[in-house]
Design a protein around this ligand. Structure first.
Ligand SMILES: [Zn+2]
Length: 406
């Protein structure tokens, strides 16, 4: 069956024609509600397309039309959450704007290796064809414009067949498109090299992009990430208020630095949920382990965490802290807030296990002098191994660690 086409949608009748024609089988199958009306619509749709049937019973169409007019046609709507390689344009599909349709088209043509180009491309209409200046010409053709009844961009006509072969250089692939695909990779590792990006794009998407495109996409993705991160950090006050509202009695403490131009810059953050704190205070052994780890990505910094053990000997996180750097001052700040939260004063009746970080050991001596301080066995073993090398030392070491008698 020939697919409907609209050459110019400035003609208002043309729009109506297409819309009535695109209510095809798929559309009325999606209908929910009165089955009778659905069936009548289906019959009418078939009749509209069958001249022979129309001649046999010419009045049916008019009678049924009065029933149909109240029901608007159901169109496919683009799902922006869809996987990139599952996106495909469909006749009558609706998009929020032309940019969303272009994103869908780029994904679809990267997946299949079609070399598309825009014959008309502005904010009101889009005419897309395949294989510019190549022989034989490819029949693919897509026309899209705004709908008349609503502010939605719609594919009004589509010839979806191709006779071209896979092309490895796709004209529609822009640095913005590549940037979107590599957003998370660059968020985790901003130093990801241009050569690696180029090689990965070639193996993952089967397309060839230039180093210049990769450079532009990296610049684009990093500026997007920076903007997004700034936005996220600026919402930390809201986050704190929400924590205190959702779990009354929780602690959220944040410090900021003031820059010369009057802006606020994040310095450190401490969070302890009342729920987990009460759980630890009431049922867990009074032993805590504290340690820090580096945060990757653009902002860097360190995450300081304190954990206890529950009755099943599983980890029971107690509080966490994000700081720019791990030193005596930041550990002291963390211990101050933690001791206030668990109400242990100078560390009375508390055992604390940590690594041998110099700043931390100093902070513990000054801030919680009454605590029973132990080092992680794994760190002791690492030191022990420097003097006593060999597998035969390791087993007895762990036996000694787990022994309950001298
Ligand atoms: Zn083609």
């Amino acid at each position: 069956m020939e697919e409907p086409e609209v050459e110019d949608d400035t003609n208002s009748n043309a729009d109506e024609d297409v819309e009535s024609m695109v209510i095809d089988k798929e559309c009325w199958e999606h209908e929910v509600g009165d089955e009778d009306v659905s069936m009548k619509r289906a019959t009418t749709t078939i009749q509209k397309k069958d001249r022979f049937l129309n001649k046999l019973c010419p009045n049916v169409e008019e009678e049924e039309d009065s029933n149909i007019k109240q029901l608007p046609p159901v169109y496919h709507v683009q799902n922006s959450e869809q996987q990139w390689d599952e996106m495909a344009p469909m006749l009558s599909m609706k998009f929020t704007n032309p940019t969303e349709l272009k994103q869908c088209l780029t994904n679809y043509f990267v997946k299949h290796g079609y070399d598309l180009w825009y014959e008309k491309n502005d904010k009101n209409k889009l005419l897309v064809k395949c294989c510019k200046d190549k022989e034989p010409t490819c029949p693919f053709r897509l026309w899209a414009s705004w709908m008349q009844e609503e502010r939605t961009f719609q594919i009004k006509s589509l010839k979806s067949s191709h006779n071209c072969v896979r092309d490895f250089k796709i004209g529609l692939v822009t640095y913005k498109w590549i940037g979107k695909q590599y957003f998370n990779v660059l968020l985790e590792n901003p130093r990801f090299s241009l050569r690696k990006i180029k090689a990965q794009i070639s193996s993952t998407y089967n397309i060839i992009v230039s180093i210049r495109q990769c450079r532009n996409e990296k610049k684009f993705a990093l500026s997007e990430i920076e903007g997004t991160l700034k936005e996220h950090y600026s919402r930390l006050w809201d986050y704190g208020i929400e924590i205190k509202r959702a779990n009354l009695g929780s602690t959220m403490n944040m410090e900021v630095d003031h820059t010369l131009d009057g802006n606020l810059v994040f310095k450190r953050l401490y969070v302890c949920f009342k729920g987990v704190r009460d759980g630890w205070v009431e049922v867990c052994r009074q032993i805590i382990g504290i340690d820090g780890c580096f945060l990757k990505g653009i902002c860097k910094g360190e995450l300081l965490v304190v954990v206890g053990r529950d009755a099943n000997n599983s980890m029971s996180p107690l509080a966490w802290d994000v700081v720019t750097i791990e030193n005596k001052e930041t550990w002291q700040w963390f211990l101050d807030l933690l001791m206030d939260d668990i109400d242990r004063g100078n560390g009375n009746e508390l055992t604390l296990i940590s690594d041998g970080h110099k700043g931390l050991i100093k902070a513990i001596k000054e801030r919680v002098p009454h605590v029973e301080h132990r080092l992680f066995a794994r760190h002791i073993l690492a030191n022990f191994n420097t003097r006593f090398k060999g597998e035969h030392f390791i087993k007895p070491f762990w036996r000694a660690v787990k022994a309950t008698t001298k």
